[in-house]
Write a protein that binds this ligand. Sequence first.
Ligand code: ADP
Ligand code: MG
Length: 373
Amino acid sequence: MSSIPTLEDLEARLGDLNGKRILVRTDFNVPLDDGTITDDFRIRAALPTIKWLTDRGAIVVTASHLGRPKGEPNPKYSMAPVRERLAELAPGVELLENLRFDPGETANDPAFVATLVEGIDGYVNDAFGASHRAHASIVGPPQFVPSAMGRLLQKEVDVLLGLRNKPRRPFVAVLGGAKISDKLGVVEALLDLVDSLVIGGAMCFTFFAAQGLPIGDSLFEPDMVDTCKRLLDEARAKGKVIYLPDDITGVDAAGNFATFGNQLNAGSKGFDIGPGSAAAFTDVIMDARMVFWNGPMGMFEDDRFAAGTRTVAQAMADTKAFTVVGGGDSAAALAQFKLDDEVDHVSTGGGASLELLENGDLPGLRALRASQS
Ligand code: ADP
Ligand code: MG
């Protein structure tokens, strides 16, 4: 696998960058509340790349998607608030209108790619969170102009491929969140990479069901039960350990807060791992040398069911292991507990981080590599 061109490689190819127009695909998909940016982290994350280019006199044109407009202009998803904030952080840097206002973006329409590269001397992809999608702004420009990865993308690739290629053992993956079906591919891939898998979140109930344990009315995926059975068998055959919770908190049939073992009677619902499981998971994380965490341990948005996720987040902060967190909700949980500075890397991409771990590559990275030849 040939390497992905860096900003330095781009400079070597283009010569003096002074006055050159560089299109930078950023991930400015910021959270908005009534048109006001509630967290500008994603804008600030793009600054090192932008600054590297403007320091060399390049004219930087940024472009991003925002929300999910359905291929047509929608004032609700206008880039105007982002443009305003960007002007404060990086004066003089241009920002195109929301890429997804044009149906050509998600359809990877060559005509839309042509409009993006018009008058452009080079292209930089710094949008890790969108690099698992073969959209026009991700895979198009590298076919036409010298291209490179930005600093943010480079960091993500280094860290996540490092997990795959240079694992420190014990390597533990902690998985939670709502659905096993979302993450099946990565679970399969992780079984080969890690020494043990820790499973919480609603997805543990599908594993409970696979073992014949009663789960009451907890969220689970009936059509994934057989898959979970197979994963448990596969793990055993490969000598890998799957840790499942042995206590659960949730609500009983009357709707009152309750703690259960690993069997839930009819009418009750599990919303978090229990204190015993949180302590056991902490031990596994403390003894690891590398940990990847994706997906909250419970419905942490509700304070009553945040304890499991909080304990695991604290263990991620306390362990001496190299720690990586991927996933929108896991990152949000970490930030909510003010522990985001205590882990080694918080990925800016949910789906992209899982796909990179699973496949070792992404459409956006392949496009950059091909641009080199
Ligand atoms: P991430 O974004 O980190 O990949 P997911 O999107 O897969 O995580 O899942 C996050 C969601 O899963 C959260 O909204 C959380 O409330 C929900 N969740 C976790 N455990 C449970 C549970 N036991 N019951 C219901 N919802 C749960
Ligand atoms: Mg999510």
